[in-house]
Design a binder for this molecule. Structure first.
Ligand code: SF4
Ligand code: SF4
Length: 212
């Protein structure tokens, strides 16, 4: 059983509250202002979407997201990419104004679970949380702010199992990194300056970390 956040407190939430997507498309678009929207993709998901984009002749760009420097082999280990939204529409290239997401059968885990998301607690640990940028969440923010885990599962009945899949996959990937460390096949520094990190990013090879 995963260790979910102790930060959900019991509240007097109306238990009749159920998540219903407003189909507003906000989650598939860049957020106005300085905040950078992050739609994470595992390397296998990125490859699938790259292939679909090629077939549809769509411009699809990704950027490295969660990475670890391996100072033993001078590699940048990539756990996730994220979708670039800096196009004319400031949206995911698979978003259609009339139909919404056009890659339903190949939706990344992050999109399947949304508005549940993974929050990074420290270098190697994550927990399931609710993304406050979703319009349903904004609408019911006060009610959702202090719910406990059981209420979370009830309100986001369909999304919660998907968020668990997302969490499990992330955990497996982090476990793989830690196992490689334990076997002394890689070394991930626990402290690193921004200057050093940027130097590694500029000069080292990339290696995707994947699990089945
Ligand atoms: S893959 Fe679909 S759900 Fe995910 S951001 Fe793109 S259009 Fe939205
Ligand atoms: S922002 Fe929330 S309500 Fe709007 S489309 Fe995305 S998941 Fe649905």
């Amino acid at each position: 059983m995963t260790s979910y956040s102790p930060y959900y407190k019991i509240s007097n939430l109306r238990m009749s509250l159920k998540y219903k997507c407003r189909m507003c498309g906000t989650c598939c678009h860049e957020v106005p202002g300085d905040y950078v929207k992050r739609i994470p993709l595992y390397p296998d998901e990125a490859n699938t979407l790259i292939e679909i984009a090629k077939e549809r002749d769509i411009e699809f760009k990704i950027i490295e997201d969660l990475v670890f420097p391996d100072i033993q082999n001078e590699n940048i280990l990539i756990i996730t990419y994220r979708i670039r939204l800096d196009n004319e529409n400031q949206s995911c290239p698979f978003y259609d104004d009339c139909y919404g997401c056009t890659v339903h059968d190949n939706k990344p885990l992050a999109c399947q679970a949304y508005p549940l998301a993974l929050k990074r607690v420290d270098a190697f640990n994550f927990e399931i949380t609710i993304d406050p940028l979703c319009n349903f969440v904004t609408e019911y923010y006060n009610e959702l702010e202090s719910i406990d885990l059981e209420q979370l599962k009830e309100i986001f009945k369909e999304e919660y199992p998907k968020a668990e899949n997302f969490y499990r996959k992330n955990k497996k990937l982090i476990f793989k990194i830690r196992k490689l460390e334990a076997l002394k096949k890689i070394i991930i520094p626990r402290q690193i300056s921004l200057e050093e990190f940027n130097k590694y990013l500029q000069n080292w090879n990339r290696e995707n970390i994947s699990v089945k």
